[in-house]
Design a binder for this molecule. Structure first.
Ligand code: SF4
Length: 626
């Protein structure tokens, strides 16, 4: 018995066929599950240079080894593919029940390949996989769609689906499960490019059976005890992620007016306490006692008069200070509008802030923006712009390409205000005020993500966030830890109080795989995942030149940022050297052959040899010149 099913379902959309396969034990022991197993499948099966929006790209849906059990905060699921925003390997994680239903259906992984000839959805039930016409579902938002799927296939149907923006190939479209989304990197865009509206599942509950049920049950008891006492869990349950706004404002890292400033005077308006007053009910994911979500009422747009689960901190920053606002209701309404179209709130907010700064600098005018006056904080214009993006209409068509491509098309200095890393719009943490976090974002193999390795030490006072040296080891470690957690999938907010030693005990009891019972081995698995993701990117032409930050972060002093005022990331090259040395990469940011062999990644050795000088020289350090 094991909580892993050991099985994948491969669905070929071109000819509407499917088959089950065993996931090789060697994949499991080297990568565990979820992000790890997804990374090795993408490395093995995607030829370099594949267009992310072509039928040759693949979309992977994954649930972790401990998902669907009674463990708290481990039942989220992941989507992986080559991203149409970044051209890198990508993973995006969602709440909702879909992943658990995958496990009930008997799969740790679903691989979707090819492209349907016409709009289609997949339904999985006890009789198999059904390829169904989605022409009457095309254009529906996720709520309309979920209602129809439940009407057709039963009340217990859970789905992963796209909205109109995914159909319209907006490059940052999301995938919905219930009220939650796999938001980042355009995973919904890849699904739309395959003419696939949804994957739905309705099968009887089949809970995974742990290898050692008694030991596993005891560990869950320990976890529940830890959670009950933990202050962080209490904060998350009461306030959810909106509690973050005041902390980042105090640190001067709340991105304001397109990352020109780092704090706002009206922060009380966006505090966790103020959002708590608007909370109508608690919300959360499968098997999670933290339940960090909150239902709040929407006033305008297609969901006006109903409630949504949100907003999270990342949406508050994106439709608050980033666009010159601190209006709570606008944040909620903008959140709901993005959900209705199925677009990522972070990328949408950053694209709109980009447009506002272009407007302020006279690089674009109202005439370029369909008559919209894109002044900071102009709620009516910003709301219209979200709709235009979702519909891929007028100026929204350009912004729907993401800031990197939009700036390339606009020219005229637009690139200087396009805030992205490797094409992924930046998240809600100003890199100039958290230098280790800046390094983590710069080196992230999925671009400008806040979830590729978060140095908590810079937030807790254990490490000075403004110091720029000695952070390479820290970031290498937190990226490995994040990869390990994503391979389980442990929710960042729901797994409070657990560490690698506890993961080892849990995995051993759940799967009976002895290799998992050693926490040092688990951290090696985390490093192996980061490394194979980097190897994927190296094959695509990525190297040190791509591990960077927008010029603004390196050359413009941050304004109005409290303790971070006048900060820049001045020594990025030095930080990169430290980071590469910590991971055994060359000075060009490419994994060294020796480290690949130590990490048992023979499949990458030959590929990487073609990118590495014969001496395999490990990063000797470079003069700082950033
Ligand atoms: S803490 Fe929040 S996001 Fe995480 S699993 Fe629980 S409800 Fe979901």
């Amino acid at each position: 018995m094991s909580t892993l099913t050991g099985k994948l379902l491969r669905i070929k959309l071109n000819d509407a066929t499917y088959g089950e396969e065993e996931i090789p034990q060697r994949h499991t022991t080297r990568f565990i599950s979820a992000r790890g197993v997804g990374a090795i499948y993408l490395y093995d099966e995607l030829a370099p240079g594949v267009d992310p929006l072509s039928p040759a790209n693949k979309l992977l849906l994954l649930i972790g080894a401990l998902g669907g059990t009674g463990l708290q905060g481990f039942s989220k699921w992941a989507v992986m593919s080559k991203s149409p925003l970044t051209g890198t390997i990508f993973r995006s994680i969602s709440g909702g029940n879909f992943g658990v239903w995958m496990k009930h259906a008997g799969y740790d992984l679903i691989i979707l390949e090819g492209k349907a000839a016409a709009p289609m959805y997949i339904h999985i039930d006890t009789s198999g996989v059904h390829f169904l016409d989605a022409s009457d579902l095309w254009g529906l938002d996720y709520r309309q769609l979920q209602a129809q799927l439940r009407e057709k296939h039963g009340d217990r149907t859970e789905s992963a689906s796209i909205g109109p923006a995914g159909e319209n190939l907006i490059r940052y479209a999301v995938i919905h499960s219930g009220e939650r989304t796999a938001s980042r990197g355009g995973m919904g865009t890849v699904m739309g490019s395959k003419n696939l509206k949804a994957v739905s599942i309705n099968v009887p509950t089949k809970k995974p059976s742990p290898f050692d049920p008694a030991a596993y049950k005891e560990l869950i008891k320990i976890q529940v005890g830890i959670l009950k006492e933990h202050p962080r869990k209490q904060t998350m349950t009461t306030l959810g992620t909106p509690y973050i706004t005041k902390i980042v404002n105090m640190m001067g890292i709340l991105p304001t007016k397109n990352y020109q400033e780092g704090s706002i005077a009206t922060i009380e308006d966006l505090s966790g306490d103020q959002f708590l007053k608007l909370k109508k009910a608690r919300a959360g994911c499968y098997s999670c006692m933290t339940r960090c979500g909150g239902m709040r009422e929407v006033m305008q747009g297609p969901f006006g008069g109903s409630q949504i689960d949100g907003p999270e901190y990342e949406t508050i920053f994106a439709f608050g200070p980033l666009v010159g606002l601190s209006d709570r209701q606008f944040v909620i309404d903008a959140n709901a509008l993005c959900d209705a179209y199925g677009i990522d709130t972070i990328s949408t907010g950053v694209c709109i802030a980009f447009a506002c700064e272009l407007f302020a600098r006279g690089i674009i005018s109202s005439a370029d923006a369909d008559g919209l006056k894109l002044t900071w904080g102009n709620q009516e214009a910003l709301f219209s712009l979200i709709e235009k993006i979702g519909k891929r209409e007028g100026f929204g068509r350009l912004l729907g390409e993401g800031v990197k491509r939009a700036a390339e098309q606009l020219g005229s200095g637009a690139a200087a205000v396009a805030m992205h890393i490797k094409g992924l719009e930046l998240p809600g943490y100003e890199p100039r005020g958290v230098k280790g976090y800046a390094l983590s974002m710069a080196t992230s193999n999925i671009g400008g993500s806040h979830m590729y390795g978060r140095p908590r030490e810079e937030f807790s006072g254990q490490a000075d966030p403004l110091v720029e040296t000695g952070k390479g080891d820290l970031i290498a470690r937190v990226q490995k830890e994040q990869a390990l957690e994503d391979s389980l999938i442990a929710c960042t907010f729901g797994n409070t109080g657990l560490d690698a030693a506890m993961y080892a005990r849990l995995l051993l009891a759940a799967t009976g795989i002895n290799d998992f019972g050693n926490d040092a081995n688990l951290l090696d698995i985390g490093e192996r995942i980061v490394c194979i993701e980097r190897c994927f990117n190296v094959r695509e032409g990525f190297d040190r030149k791509d591990d960077t930050l927008p010029k603004r972060m390196r050359q413009e002093p941050l304004q109005q940022a409290g303790p971070a005022t006048n900060q820049m990331v001045s020594h990025l090259e030095h930080l990169l050297d430290e980071y590469y040395q910590a991971l055994g990469y060359t000075a060009d940011g490419i994994p060294g052959i020796k480290r690949l062999q130590e990490l048992d990644l023979p499949e990458a050795v030959e590929d990487i040899k073609t990118h590495t000088p014969p001496s395999d020289s490990i990063s000797p350090g470079r003069n700082d010149q950033s």
